[in-house]
Design a protein. Structure first.
Lengths: 93, 295, 257
């Protein structure tokens, strides 16, 4: 499943997408994120799955444009993306 | 298919309950319930052996637990079914954690996909749901399992609330928005501001420069259609395509959206507002079948 | 050399008259739906205060959302550059400057000459602009000017869930119904707004001396929320902060004309 967390508002598109088929639930992204955006737990959109997957914390979903801002900038790679070995995480902006 | 109609307002939907005349309570083995508490409406669906046995659909009150209770009572009314007989109950929707009689909760994304698979049939692949406070775009497989989704509940643009604010600004009853937006000489350019706050300022400017109210409505319906399309585009549209939620009843937006997309939306005999609750009840049925239900 | 700097904001149009680096006069008018009229009025007021006539002005520089429409402007100054120049003029040690206008929020990292090194902008979404506080003031039924002082009398920290101004209006109404005190709601509104602006500043890097320009500098509630969120002792605000960008535009016009 491709899970897109975030939003689109007048100022642009701000989605963090997680490919749950690639995600191993290892939690390295949770450790790497300096702002507590990522979390790991049961796949809440696939009720019959037993595997744990990464997602964007519910309290952050409406403000990632702001929370993730310090990790963005020219020449920077977001730490969550860098930490993800299977390459399951992507930012839309 | 409704036998009771109470009041008609907001998006022309009616509070209604229904019981399946072809199903007999005494024949049922597994009985499950799904309750979807949304920001505007709440639904309860009762599923008997994997088929919809009854449902109730009503406005959400000020408090989620009470809305869940009312919706369930409404669904059970005149069915002869007592709540204690329900084997498993799942809550969904934005108030899903506040459904007191639920054994567990499941996200509205998962429930909508599962419910759409039932009410539109297994060939549905993309579901758009525009509710009072959010917009969801979901892709699913032939079993109703989510393969791709996004949900935008951060921004009011492209939600029922955004349309409501506009209707208020123009003093047009929300139920007239669709018709009046087509009562124009020529289709105007869409309102250019996405943000509802700025779109209001823009609309005020348009009225001052001599636009008719209906033209401003048309410009906003068209902006909303473009906005919703840009959201669906992110996950990609695969046919067949279905629309659920309150906005499905606003043809001012939906007809323009279908024109942009160049395709037709699926039709169903069911009330599309029950998709989420139906999905929840069907999940509950599967859990009971797999022995994971209530002890 | 006598120059005029005109800042055509979404809400107000501000004009300053300067003789080299000395401020001679200033004027402000609501932009409304007729920008030409607002420019004319703010310019007339500024000339009046300076005791000058239109012919005394040697060059006009414009900035702000409507700057392209000012026909007489010799120099059109990018908003970020005007903001940076003004911050450097008032506080030469400043390396970070922020401005929250009616319809946008901006932050820039600047060098010792007031040149822009990096910047961030929020526009087209009211959540990160002055329009957010205005909309909340309407929902609270409190005058905009009272919002800030009111917030500073609160000791509470209530989180706001809604980011969108439209959804936040409903949340504010809900809080009022739940008998939450207006001063506490007002503080929550300013805190929410400040946290968004500070994230934007963090993107370009926070330096010790942070300058805030623009009319929002007159809102003590917002200044206090910003200070808390940045964990600083003080935020530097120039006198008459609403005119800062107009002054920046005038100064750059002096250099370029």
């Amino acid at each position: 499943m491709k899970a897109n967390y975030g939003y689109k508002d007048g100022s642009g598109d701000f989605f963090i997408s997680i490919d749950t088929d690639k995600c191993t639930g290892c939690g390295l992204c949770v450790e790497a994120c300096p702002n507590g955006v990522m979390t790991v737990g049961e796949d809440e959109n696939d009720p019959f799955s037993e595997d744990e997957v990464a997602s964007v914390d519910e309290t952050e979903r409406k403000k990632i444009k702001y929370t993730c801002a310090p990790c963005k900038g020219e020449g920077k790679t977001e730490p969550c993306i860098k930490a993800c070995e299977p390459g399951a995480i992507n930012h839309s902006w | 298919m409704t036998d009771e109609t109470k009041k008609e307002e907001f998006w022309r939907w009616t509070e209604a309950n229904w019981k399946n005349p072809d199903m007999k309570l005494e024949d049922l083995k597994i009985i499950t319930a799904g309750i979807d508490v949304g920001s505007v409406s709440s639904q309860a669906v009762i599923v008997g052996d994997g088929q919809i046995f009854a449902y109730g659909n009503m406005r959400t009150g000020s408090d989620s637990p009470e809305s869940a209770r009312n919706a369930l009572n409404y669904a059970l009314k005149d069915t002869g079914l007592h709540e204690d007989r329900i084997d498993y109950c799942i809550g969904t929707g934005y108030g899903r954690v506040n459904v007191p009689m639920a054994d567990r909760s499941i996200t509205e994304i998962a429930c909508h996909a599962r419910g759409a698979n039932f009410i539109y049939g297994p060939e549905v692949r993309t579901v758009l749901d525009v509710g009072g406070q959010d917009c969801k775009a979901i892709r699913c497989d032939g079993r109703g399992k989510v393969t791709n989704f996004l949900m935008n509940d951060k921004c009011a643009a492209g939600t029922g609330r955004g349309m409501e604010v506009f209707a208020d600004l123009l003093s047009v009853p929300i139920t007239e928005v669709g018709d009046r937006s087509f009562d124009i000489k020529e289709e105007p350019a869409p309102v250019s501001s996405t943000c509802v706050v700025y779109a209001k300022t823009e609309a005020t400017g348009l009225l001052r420069s001599g636009w008719e109210v209906n033209e401003v409505l048309a410009a906003y319906c068209s902006a909303m259609a473009e906005r919703i399309y840009s959201l669906i585009e992110r996950i990609g549209v695969q046919e067949k395509f279905a629309i659920t939620g309150g906005m499905a009843k606003n043809k001012g937006v939906i007809n323009r959206l279908m024109k942009i997309m160049g395709l037709e939306a699926m039709k169903t005999q069911w009330d599309t507002q029950i998709a989420g609750a139906a999905g929840a009840a069907l999940f509950a049925h599967t859990l009971v079948e797999r022995g994971k239900g209530r002890k | 050399m006598i120059v005029a700097g005109i800042d055509c904001g979404a809400k107000n149009t501000k004009t300053v008259i300067m003789n080299d680096k000395k401020l001679l006069g200033k004027g402000m008018a609501l932009t409304g739906f007729d920008q030409d009229k607002a420019v004319e009025k703010s310019l007339a007021d500024a000339l009046d205060e300076a005791g000058l006539k239109i012919d005394d002005i040697e060059a006009i520089g414009s900035t702000g959302a409507g700057m392209e429409d000012i026909k007489d402007a010799k120099v059109k100054v990018n908003e970020i550059k005007a903001m940076a120049k003004a911050a450097n003029f008032f506080f030469p040690n400043a390396r970070t400057v922020t401005d929250v206008g009616a319809e946008m929020g901006r932050a820039a990292k600047i060098n010792e000459e007031g040149k822009v090194e990096d910047f961030a902008i929020n526009e087209k979404c009211a959540a990160g602009a002055g329009a957010f506080i205005e909309a909340m003031a309407r929902a609270l039924e409190v005058d905009l000017e009272e919002m800030g002082p009111m917030a500073n009398t609160s000791e509470m920290a209530i989180p706001m869930n809604a980011q969108c101004a439209i959804f936040a209006e409903s949340e504010v109404v809900g809080l009022i119904h739940a008998k939450t005190k207006k001063k506490d709601i007002s503080k929550a509104i300013h805190d929410a707004m400040a946290s968004r602006i500070v994230s934007m500043i963090r993107k370009i890097g926070v330096n010790k001396d942070i300058v805030m320009i623009g009319g929002v500098g007159l809102n003590p509630g917002f200044v206090e929320s910003m200070r808390r969120e940045l964990d600083l002792e003080k935020i530097f605000i120039p006198e008459d902060p609403a005119y800062s960008s107009a002054i920046g535009a005038a100064l750059l016009t002096l250099e370029e004309a």
